[in-house]
Ligand binder design. Structure first.
Ligand code: 6R9
Length: 645
């Protein structure tokens, strides 16, 4: 890999940082030398407790067991709403920007309190009690946050299902966690396209006999079918409710939510998070990683249906008393300038998005960015996948005008909050590296024998000690959690990712280990090859998978999407192969390059390699479930234009 250009801590951040370089070293040391003392202090500083804890940590990593602050009691919404009312009841908490650029609304903490209490009372009136599961299937509108918080108000457990999932996926998730009530809307709208949420719910519920109530927000005003025994209009019902609802005080280890996530095998797992540890780390990482200052506007572009939306649209920002921007639309509607127009419109200070969005916008051309001001931006962030240095540089230079540090945050649904991430005032950045562990996080790299690698090296990324927001279970299947995360390397949490640690102790996530290729006995990260391919000025995006190769064991099959207006050619194919050879080594030369007008992606923007692998391997009769794809038609094109191997 070519040398990346290290970016020193900007002087402004170094001078004013919440956490400077020395603070980081000192606090990190404390956090690993005496985790109990460290976390006990943080839990007192960051959270409001109804009953203080006396126990801090109980853990047995061999059994995947951890409990934090177990005898303490609190309520999440007291932390996210009530405690802010005295000082900021009129401050905007949610800045909502609709799909249509003409639609935006500012919600204050006071209004939030009123809505959450009313909905909590409505849930109670429908029989929902502490510990019951509630499914939330919503567009990106403030009511989605009200719904999550209303559950937390009464100690119910929410299971948010991304609004882009099909009725079948929704049904499976409702059944798996035995939800009895669903909160939804008539329709969602993204990029001008309507998504019939209520119709999807109707279809799902036809096979979920235990669901007795569907609360429906009238968002679009679209006609919907109605089951008068089951369905309730949200606005009518909450109008009847009391605007106060006493918070249910729960134990630190009572469940807060379930969130389904795909693994490498089997059906999606319901990852379970509990109350205090999760909220503590969501809040603390929000404040320190984004260097959040009173009064700033923070924008995370994720959907609330993903962990990123849970932790950094809702829980982290609200517990920190922040203003969080919630965006209903897509980056390219009405055009590829939308993100930056919203930044200017709402004077956004910190902006947090996924590399896939950055690459797509980079492909659309700089003019969409440079036509906007972006002068309010102070900090940029990325999440969800490794960011290739080329996209990093573009984000840094074109979007951030070389002024804003980029926090490349590595974490997972299972970790609840950032795990390996820059603190912008504490460490120099290296494009493509998630840099260093957050407080209390002890990453290790394990070799093929499961032994810890010391110093610089590369291996399976695992975590040695539990952290407060660690996964507490796979809903309904304790053993599956142990098998998935705590058995591969006994005594460690196994992330499923590979990583490299450089001589400075910086971590470079190489991608899921199930995506690592073995070519002639050499291990190659697919992310590494992709990173090389996208260095070419004509490439917008690339995805690489392995396929069986008679001589090498595995060959490299690359799907390459060109920027708009660029044409495939034999010369370009050769140039790309040479680029891989140059960046990584001759061993990394793709054996096959297929020109792909689009790549199959989940609706959260992750490339579905499983499908690409099947196409590359010629296993065409069983492509598996393509229902979660953002655009299933992409697959047909790839099938029609397969390359000979
Ligand atoms: C937060 C989130 C988790 C997987 C994870 C890893 C990849 C996330 C990353 C990253 C490299 C980063 N990932 N952040 N890879 N650099 N900064 O995305 O959760 O949807 O559960 O995905 O995403 O492979 O294991 P989730």
């Amino acid at each position: 890999m070519s040398d990346v250009h290290t970016r020193p801590i900007p002087a402004k951040f170094a001078a004013n940082a919440l956490i400077g370089a020395e603070d980081y070293e000192k606090m990190y040391r404390q956090s690993v030398q005496d985790p109990e003392a460290f976390w006990a202090q943080q839990a007192k500083d960051f959270l409001q407790w109804e009953k203080s804890f006396t126990q801090v940590l109980e853990e047995d990593m061999h059994r995947g067991h951890t409990a934090w602050f177990a005898d303490g009691q609190l309520n999440v919404t007291v932390n996210c709403i009530d405690r802010h009312l005295a000082s900021r009841s009129e401050q905007t908490v949610i800045l909502w920007e609709g799909d249509d650029p003409a639609d935006s609304v500012a919600i204050t903490y006071r209004t939030l309190y009123d809505n959450v209490c009313r909905l909590a009372n409505l849930l109670k009136s429908r029989g929902v009690k502490k510990g019951d599961r509630v499914c939330i299937y919503m567009p990106m509108i403030p009511e989605a946050a009200y719904a999550m918080l209303a559950c937390a108000r009464i100690g119910a457990v929410h299971s948010v299902v991304f609004g882009g999932f099909s009725p079948v996926s929704l049904r499976d998730r409702i059944l798996d966690s035995d939800c009895r009530l669903v909160i939804t809307a008539d329709e969602a709208i993204r990029g001008g396209k309507h998504i019939p949420l209520k119709a999807n719910v109707d279809q799902a519920l036809s096979e979920c006999p235990s669901v007795h109530t569907a609360i429906v927000v009238k968002h679009i005003g679209a006609p919907v079918d109605w089951d008068s025994k089951r369905d309730i209009w949200y606005a009518d019902a909450i109008a009847e409710m009391d605007g106060d609802c006493a918070p249910e005080v729960v134990s630190a280890e009572d469940p807060l939510f379930i969130l389904y996530t795909s693994g490498s095998t089997g059906k999606p797992k319901g990852v379970l998070h509990t109350t205090a540890g999760y909220l503590l780390m969501a809040t603390m990482t929000f404040k320190y990683v984004f260097d959040y200052r009173e009064g700033e506007v923070f924008w995370c572009t994720a959907d609330v249906g993903w962990i990123t939306g849970h932790s950094y649209i809702v829980y982290g920002p609200l517990a920190a008393g922040a203003t969080t921007l919630m965006f209903e639309g897509v980056p390219t509607y009405p055009d590829a300038s939308r993100f930056w127009q919203v930044v200017d419109k709402h004077q956004v200070n910190s902006f947090y998005t996924a590399p896939t969005a950055i690459r797509a916008l980079m492909g659309a051309g700089d003019a969409f960015v440079t036509s906007t001001e972006r002068s309010s931006l102070r900090l940029l962030g990325t999440v969800g996948e490794p960011i290739n240095p080329e996209a990093w540089e573009w984000y840094y230079k074109v979007v951030g005008d070389e002024r804003c540090p980029i926090v490349d945050t590595w974490w997972q649904t299972e970790t609840g909050a950032h795990m390996i991430t820059p603190l912008p005032g504490a460490m120099a950045l290296k494009p493509g590296s998630a840099t260093k562990p957050f407080f209390g996080v002890q990453p290790v790299l394990l070799d093929g024998d499961g032994k810890e690698i010391e110093g610089a090296g590369e291996g399976a990324l695992a975590i040695k000690k539990s952290w407060p927001s660690m996964i507490r279970g796979v809903y309904g299947d304790r053993q599956r959690m142990i098998d998935t995360y705590f058995s591969t390397y006994p005594g460690y949490y196994f992330t499923g990712d590979g990583a490299r640690r450089d001589a400075d102790g910086y971590y470079w996530i190489t991608g899921r280990i199930d995506d690592v290729l073995n070519v002639s006995g050499h291990r190659l990260g697919t992310a590494e090859i992709e990173s090389a391919l996208v260095l070419h000025p004509d490439t917008a995006e690339a995805a690489v998978v392995g396929y069986p190769h008679d001589i090498k064991g595995q060959g490299i099959y690359a799907f390459v999407t060109l920027k708009s207006g660029r044409e495939p050619s034999e010369a370009l194919r050769q140039a790309l192969i040479e680029l891989c050879s140059k960046e990584i080594g001759p061993i990394a030369k793709p054996d096959v390059i297929q020109w792909a007008p689009g790549l199959p992606k989940t609706r959260s923007g992750k490339i579905m390699r499983r499908i690409l692998r099947k196409i590359a391997c010629n296993e065409l009769d069983n492509l598996g479930d393509t229902s979660t794809l953002a655009d299933p038609a992409v697959v047909d094109d790839l099938l029609a234009h397969r390359e000979n191997r």
